[in-house]
Ligand binder design. Structure first.
Ligand SMILES: *Cc1c(COP(=O)(O)O)cnc(C)c1O
Length: 214
């Protein structure tokens, strides 16, 4: 897969400067040391309390692309506890981009903490039936959602696009010690795909499903 290197939008450069540093920490629990395994944790959660971890990695080049095409509104989808929508709503607020979240299932009487944040950060919430939600999964390109208006940008579930892989690849580039295997939790497996795309051929990548019943 060929991914072009686009010029970074200045707003994103500024935002990235405010992020924390993701460190590589060795876990020295006795049972791990005794097993002869060296285990390191890449602390992407330290990047930001809301736009944390893989969510920033995945969004970075997507937002850059969206801004470069004059986007005023990003529309995406997720469950009622979606960290992806949470990060999108927050960055949308910082960057001055409107956001719309298509949420799976009926609107609950009381919004949970995630949905409340989405609303407080200005995301327009649209609750869709499970069958409509499944249909939305069919739209995989930024311009493929039917009836999209000028300036609107469609972002598939979990940010699953080729541009997301480019951001995740930067995580791999930061790892400055030798390793045999990368392990990662998976939802949509976009992060996993990004790791597989970025690691040298002689490294192994293992994904662990974080969803129940997956
Ligand atoms: C989003 C998320 C995942 C899944 O990432 P995918 O790229 O969708 O596989 C895993 N763990 C946490 C904590 C997340 O927020």
């Amino acid at each position: 897969m060929e991914i072009g290197i686009a010029k970074m939008n200045q707003q994103l450069v500024e935002l990235e400067k405010t992020l924390g540093r993701s460190t590589l920490n060795q876990i020295k629990e006795p049972f791990i040391v005794e097993s002869g395994i060296e285990l390191y944790l890449k602390r992407d959660d330290l990047l930001h309390p809301v736009i944390s971890g893989n969510k920033w990695r995945k969004l970075k080049y997507i937002l850059n692309h969206a801004l470069s095409c004059g986007t005023h509104t990003i529309i995406s989808m997720g469950g009622a506890y979606s960290n992806h929508l949470h990060a999108l709503a927050y960055t949308g607020k910082i960057l001055g981009i409107n956001t719309v979240g298509m949420i799976r299932g009926e609107r609950p009487k009381d919004l949970n903490a995630t949905l409340k944040d989405l609303q407080d950060w200005g995301m327009q919430l649209s609750f869709v039936s499970r069958s409509e939600y499944r249909q939305l999964r069919e739209y995989k390109q930024f311009d493929s959602l039917p009836k999209l208006k000028k300036g609107e940008y469609w972002l598939p579930e979990g940010g699953a696009t080729a541009l997301a892989l480019q951001g995740v690849a930067e995580l791999v580039d930061e790892i400055d010690s030798d390793y045999d295997c990368l392990c990662v939790p998976c939802g949509t497996a976009t992060t996993l795909a990004g790791l597989i795309y970025a690691v040298p051929q002689n490294k192994q990548v293992l994904g662990f499903s974080a969803l129940k019943g997956a």
